[in-house]
Design a protein around this ligand. Structure first.
Ligand SMILES: C[S@@+](CC[C@H](N)C(=O)[O-])C[C@H]1O[C@@H](n2cnc3c(N)ncnc32)[C@H](O)[C@@H]1O
Length: 582
């Protein structure tokens, strides 16, 4: 009888779990459940080195332990249940992952942590970092010597260890594996090792006269590695590598400083633009006077789903958290924003006049601008919120109604735009329509504080990164200053501060999301794709600017969005708003 071949993704998952000491028997049922849950969408399972899978196993095992304890059958070590150990391993594994490329991660997952370059192989063939299925653009391409400028070498040395083994072979491993290598070989500097390997080869194999160079081999390794970690294409590697510059003193750095689940690199392909000065924060932080009261007690019992468990999206009847979105969840089981919500938000963005514009009696924005004689309110669009399950809910962190709070999972990159917009954000992977990209993160300020900041800042350093949190100002007659909030990403922010404006046909939408505070004075602004976005496309957002408005104190920019619908190309004497509506 013909044997059914096992899906390679299943094999990879088993293998990755074995690395963590989790047996295939334990993984099988959990994986099966997750595949059912996610409609066989592997991206969610494979993301973050199978984080979801490990968490699910962890939860199931914990549940079993709790059950055994309840029944008085558990005889293990109270201080460290077995899955706790696995969890610790996972953390270790993910820390390790911070230092790795996708390809290295794959080789680790397959139990093949280091590259050993036997001299014979070094002679006969090319060494390549194995390919990453999602980023096939960046691998298995020819790499020229020109690509290897100083910065490449220093980056390579920073990220790899080169070691001469007693056999004369060379072992290359990522820096994170340094400790593991020590007992078996002699650690020396990279150049000496390359020389020694080459000498050994030439002594034993020189007879066939083939050209051989360990140096070239390692160059190739470095180039492949860099192409993988920063999404660099062959074109930019080949064209003018010396101009490529990586943020930081040397080597390649993650602008999030390890605070996000994924590395976010900043690349400058065109010039020596100064590196943006700001502090990366992955979550909003209160500046001073903003009143953001988060407490479990303030969440009413019927505003959460304490009796739920597991994944709310799988229950027959939507839970209380879906009430905000009309009794149905905003997300699909694949974790994407549902079509009908996208349509509604797109219409709000493109045709705001068709939606309810609330005009405050005593507008906090106008009050901040001129407290003695405020102008009439210009109106605020009343928006529909997404509400995610949160801590008072009984469901798990894997619940499908928790997307934004899980943070960035997509591969993103900050790059210098060539149209003169400054830095921008792009995706390094194809994104489906409705995918969560990132949250707009900054300091939480009252509008008064923002206004004061702007007054004190000189003309050239205007605060070009604030977003109003005015999506629900209509629900209160008079909003107190400490409740009328905005986010300013000028000094503290995340990747979203690099998202440039595009008139009308931007590919992202900003959507208000309630997570922990039911009153909607404070909420999250989350960016979702409104169309499919291809790898390397810039991510843009329509700031909703009125380029004709000349009344605002902050000077506008001349729009270079290149959209056919551009409404902001500088006309003589025009000024406009640089404050966005969230
Ligand atoms: C939120 S920041 C975006 C990131 C910014 N490009 C940077 O380098 O930090 C907004 C600023 O970017 C620039 N910008 C954004 N979109 C633009 C566009 N379509 N045309 C020209 N400049 C733009 C403007 O200077 C604007 O004040």
């Amino acid at each position: 009888m013909a044997q059914r071949s096992v899906d390679p993704r299943v094999k990879r998952a088993f293998s990755a779990m074995r690395e963590l000491g989790i047996s295939t028997e334990t993984v099988k049922p959990v994986l099966k459940n997750l595949l059912k849950l996610y409609n066989k969408d592997w991206t969610l399972i494979e993301a973050d080195n199978y984080h979801t899978l490990v968490e699910a196993i962890y939860e199931l095992e914990d549940e079993k332990l709790r059950d055994q304890k309840r029944k008085g059958k558990w005889v293990g070590n109270v201080s460290e249940p077995p899955m706790k150990k696995i969890h610790a391993r996972l953390e270790e594994y993910q820390n390790l992952d911070d230092e790795e490329t996708d390809s290295e991660r794959k080789s680790n997952v397959n139990g093949n942590t280091d590259f050993v370059v036997p001299v014979a192989m070094a002679h006969s063939g090319s060494l390549r970092v194995s390919s990453n299925a999602n980023n096939s653009n960046y691998v298995n391409e020819d790499v020229t010597d020109d690509c290897l400028s100083e910065s490449y070498w220093s980056c390579c040395e920073k990220n790899f260890n080169f070691m001469l083994l007693p056999s004369g072979d060379m072992k290359i491993s990522s820096n994170s594996n340094r400790a593991a290598m020590q007992p078996t070989g002699f650690s020396m500097d990279m150049q000496s090792i390359l020389k020694a390997v080459e000498t050994k080869f030439l002594r034993s194999n020189a007879s066939d006269g083939s050209p051989y160079s360990v140096v070239n081999l390692v160059k190739e390794l470095c180039a492949s590695y860099l192409k993988q970690i920063d999404g660099c294409t062959d074109q930019c590697l080949d064209s003018d590598c010396s101009r490529r510059r990586y943020l930081g003193v040397e080597g390649c750095n993650d602008i999030s400083n390890g605070t996000e689940k994924v590395k976010i690199l900043l690349v400058d392909d065109f010039s020596n633009e100064p590196v943006p000065e700001f502090t990366y924060i992955p979550q909003n932080t209160i500046y001073q006077n903003a009143y953001v009261h988060v407490s479990l007690a303030r969440i009413a019992d019927d505003d959460c789903c304490s009796s739920c468990s597991g994944n709310c999206l799988l229950s027959q009847v939507p839970c209380a958290c879906a009430r905000e979105t009309g009794g149905e969840y905003a997300y699909t089981k694949q974790g994407l924003l549902k079509e009908e919500f996208l349509t509604l938000y797109i219409s709000m963005e493109l045709e705001p006049h068709k939606h309810y514009l609330f005009k405050c009696q005593d507008c906090p924005l106008e009050r901040a601008r001129n407290s003695c004689k405020p102008e009439p309110c210009k109106g605020h669009l009343v928006r529909k919120f997404i509400k995610e399950c949160w801590r008072k809910c009984g469901c798990s962190m894997l619940c499908g109604n928790r997307v934004v709070q899980r943070g960035i999972t997509r591969n993103l990159q900050v790059f210098l735009t060539k149209e003169g917009k400054g830095w921008g954000l792009r995706t390094l992977e194809d994104l489906p329509k409705g995918a969560f990209v990132c949250e707009y993160v900054g300091e939480i300020l009252t509008n008064m504080e923002l206004y004061e900041r702007n007054k004190q800042t000189d003309e050239n350093k205007r605060h070009t990164y604030p977003v109003y949190l005015d999506a629900d100002w209509g629900s209160e007659r008079v909003l107190k200053d400490e409740d009328a909030l905005c986010l300013d990403a000028t000094y503290y922010g995340n990747v979203a501060r690099f998202i440039n404006h595009r008139c009308h046909d931007a590919n992202l939408l900003a959507i208000p999301v309630e997570v922990e505070s039911p009153d909607h004075h404070y909420y999250h602004i989350a960016f979702f794709t409104k169309v499919k976005v291809s790898a390397l496309e810039e991510l843009t957002w329509d700031y909703g600017l009125d380029f004709e408005d000349q009344s605002h104190p902050i000077d506008a920019f001349e729009c270079c969005c290149n959209s056919a619908f551009c409404r902001g190309m500088r006309r003589e004497g025009s000024r406009s708003l640089v404050l966005y509506q969230g």
